[in-house]
Design a protein around this ligand. Structure first.
Ligand code: HEC
Ligand code: HEC
Length: 426
């Protein structure tokens, strides 16, 4: 490929390489999606066979490993240069899991059998129909308990190096154990988790299929499968991506204006939300206000033991951002327009008097006009793509109810909780 790229002119590059590649990628994906929907076995019996195919956008390599393929791999990496132009490579990613591990992770992700009282699955808070988030400012775990932060989207987790708003976990495997054993989220413990999965007729043999060489069902296998599934959630075919790869018509005039504002040194959004992942994966203190009546969440100060990072959070990726309201670590803002207004409101304007926060130098005084704020919102809307949504299991090995019915009832609980806690505080 390197040789090919160097022998053709830039003008011909799009015609000769990107278009056929994009088209063939799209065709491949569509065919693969159709194939997975039609041919996937029923998941109700004890003899489920895990998929032998990689999800769309992955190629089966040697040693039964699924390897990611996308157009961004044709571009140079950013290194330390600039702020990420249209044709910049993505950061390093996780791949190489087997098709069976990815498929087992998918079943585990949707199975409430992983929680102590068998009522909550990962998907309860990371719902695929809500951008793998839950539409709440603060997530609700077992026994209707409200947590302190909002559930981030899991799209493109393969590219993320630090997890949680405060960057306290360094791998998907490390991350996964946290909700499983958190009393507020899934409330389980290692012994009970293992025994409840072993008690489900299908699981021991499913784990054998996914891990033929590594002994009886264990925690590492659970963490690996969940990491494998989450690393397969690839969202890189938004209208923005089509524009970035050379299709000028993929964005309309307002959206291009929005992109230019986003990248301008006045608004400075892309200094932190750096394309193509729309995050530079750093921590920044930006002075987000907490919801009315709530104390400051110190965020990354706790992780790194550094007072300079008080109120600092990981810069979140903005991919599929239109699907994951409300926004910020606590869901303080309901709409993207409110977020844009916050940045335009002036450096530190929302930090309560007398509180000392060391705001990041790129938080400035952009004074954007109403039209410019609208254009930013238009642009953020172009980052949506769920064309490679995995198949949501109709039923899970435990036979328990998956998200479809549960999501609706959970909403009611949480709304009640939120109004109660606001009431107590006011
Ligand atoms: C009760 C709701 C809830 C459940 C259940 C839940 N999560 Fe989360 N998840 C959250 C919240 C809230 C956060 C952010 C917490 C924080 O940053 O302190 C989060 C963060 C994450 C992150 C970090 C994302 C990032 O980019 O930083 C990953 C990955 C994740 N969860 C995966 C899972 C998996 C896998 C499961 C099932 C084993 C799961 N979650 C179960 C609510 C939940
Ligand atoms: C100095 C780095 C920085 C700059 C500049 C910046 N952001 Fe952010 N952005 C962050 C951080 C950090 C968060 C999370 C803050 C929090 O949760 O309190 C965030 C959160 C967001 C969110 C919410 C994401 C979510 O998942 O809830 C949106 C939307 C957003 N920024 C858009 C923008 C726009 C538009 C601009 C330009 C006007 C901008 N950002 C400029 C660092 C930055």
């Amino acid at each position: 490929m390197a040789l090919l790229l160097s022998t053709i002119s830039r003008a011909n590059l799009i015609k000769q390489v990107y278009r056929p590649l994009l088209l063939s990628t799209l065709l491949f994906c569509t065919a693969a999606v159709a194939d997975r929907i039609e041919s996937h076995p029923l998941e109700t019996t004890a003899t489920i066979t895990l998929s032998e195919n990689c999800p769309p956008s992955f190629m089966l390599g040697d040693n039964n490993q699924c390897l990611l393929r996308n157009l961004y791999q044709l571009y140079n990496s950013l290194g330390d240069h600039g702020i990420g132009g249209l044709k910049t490579a993505l950061p390093a990613h996780r791949d190489g899991f087997s098709p069976q591990q990815i498929d087992l992770g998918r079943l585990l992700f949707f199975d409430p059998a992983l929680s102590a009282d068998q009522s909550v699955s990962c998907a309860s808070c990371h719902n695929p129909s809500q951008g793998f988030s839950d539409g709440l400012g603060r997530s609700v775990g077992i026994h209707g308990q409200q947590g302190s932060r909002s559930a981030p989207s899991l799209w493109n987790s393969a590219f993320i190096k630090d997890f949680f708003w405060d960057a306290r976990a360094q791998s998907l495997e490390e991350q996964a154990l946290s909700p499983l054993f958190s009393p507020q989220e899934m409330g389980n413990n290692p012994a009970q988790l293992l025994s409840s999965l072993e008690a489900v007729e299908a699981y021991p043999q499913l784990f054998k299929q996914a891990f033929p060489d590594s002994g009886d069902l264990n925690l590492d296998q659970i963490a690996t499968s969940l990491a494998a599934f989450q690393s397969s959630l690839i969202s890189l075919n938004s209208r923005y991506d089509q524009y970035a790869h050379g299709y000028a018509d993929a964005l309309n005039k307002q959206e291009v204006e929005g992109l230019n504002i986003f990248r301008s040194f006045v608004a400075r959004c892309s200094q932190c939300h750096m394309p193509p992942l729309f995050t530079n994966q750093q921590i920044a203190v930006i002075g987000t206000p907490e919801p009315e009546g709530r104390a400051r969440d110190i965020g990354a100060e706790k992780t790194f033991g550094s007072a300079k990072l008080k109120g600092g959070f990981k810069v979140p990726s903005l991919r599929n951002i239109a699907e994951t309201a409300p926004y910020m670590h606590s869901g303080r803002f309901e709409t993207l327009r409110e977020v844009a207004e916050f940045y335009s409101g002036g450096r530190g304007h929302a930090v309560p008097e007398g509180e000392d926060l060391l705001l990041h130098w790129h938080i400035s005084e952009p004074n954007l006009t109403g039209d410019e704020l609208d254009r930013l919102v238009d642009f953020m809307g172009t980052l949506s793509d769920s064309s490679l949504l995995p198949i949501i299991p109709q039923s899970v090995p435990s036979g328990l109810t998956t998200i479809s019915d549960e999501a609706a009832s959970k909403k009611t609980i949480s709304k009640k909780n939120i109004s109660e806690s606001n009431h107590e505080q006011s």
